[in-house]
Design a protein around this ligand. Structure first.
Ligand code: SAM
Length: 240
């Protein structure tokens, strides 16, 4: 095991940790992130939280191997339940779906009192996180999008503040990300071209699947997303 070199994805998550933070990495698995952040002197302490036994053991081993047992505590439990009040001021949650990340934050709201920064890296469904942040008094401060090993990742950093600040057009910006939309990078364009292709395939399959109220509703949701993304690309002069 080696936490000396992180993936580009996790390195980007770390880049948003304020220096001197007391971090908690939830769903830490191998605990590479807290080991790296503490080892490099970015964080002063860490908590690695894991719900599953295998990844928990892997985190325990990594922290021991890195000789960081006195500054990184590995804890087994669901989401933020592993934290005591005011133990961490920066929380990272990476490598899960956006809906799961949002539910971990929602279920652990009472543990967020002393937390001033959230860094969240959903593999899919970032919109659920933007919505949760917006509804819970967190201001999205920065977003990054990157490609690694043929996968595209989004990373969101938020502080307490005015949740409305980054938004001009809620519907499209919840889906695409206000900062990412503005930046309009090649990776961003690639992501949404891929999504459009997938959604159009889903619509074709739905046509073959017949008709039912549930299917109609699902189809309307997918068509709505297609409309939003097509409109954005049309405006940006990038017809797909
Ligand atoms: N964060 C690491 C990364 O980004 O490389 C590991 C990501 S791994 C794909 C997701 C991890 O989250 C798994 O080890 C899983 O057991 C853990 N996990 C899922 N739900 C969790 C929860 N509610 N609380 C704590 N850990 C959770």
């Amino acid at each position: 095991m080696n936490a000396d070199k992180l993936s580009k994805r996790l390195e980007t998550v770390v880049s948003f940790i304020p220096e001197g933070s007391r971090i908690a990495d939830i769903g830490s698995d191998h605990a590479y992130l807290p080991c790296y952040a503490v080892d490099k002197g970015i964080a002063v302490s860490g908590i690695a939280g894991e719900v599953a036994e295998g990844p928990y053991q892997s985190a325990v081993k990594q922290v021991k191997y890195s000789l960081l047992e006195d500054v990184i505590s590995v804890r087994k439990g669901d989401g933020l339940e592993v934290l005591n009040q005011n133990e961490a001021d920066c929380i990272t949650i990476a490598g899960m779906g956006g809906a799961l990340i949002a539910s971990i934050l929602e279920n652990g709201k009472d543990k967020l009192g002393g937390v001033s920064r959230l860094i969240l890296q959903p593999n899919v469904g970032a919109a659920a996180i933007r919505k949760w942040l917006f509804e819970n008094g967190w201001e999205l401060k920065a977003e990054k999008i990157l490609e690694e090993d043929n996968k595209i990742y989004e990373i969101l950093a938020a502080d307490r503040g005015n949740p409305k600040t980054p938004y001009n057009q809620f519907e499209r910006e919840f889906l695409l990300g206000p900062f990412l939309l503005k930046e309009n990078s090649p990776v961003f364009q690639q992501k949404w071209e891929q999504e459009l292709k997938q959604w159009r395939n889903i619509i074709e399959k739905m046509k073959e699947a017949g008709d039912s109220p549930g299917l109609r509703e699902r189809k309307a949701q997918v068509l709505k997303k297609i409309d939003i993304v097509e409109e954005v690309f049309d405006e940006k002069g990038k017809r797909t």
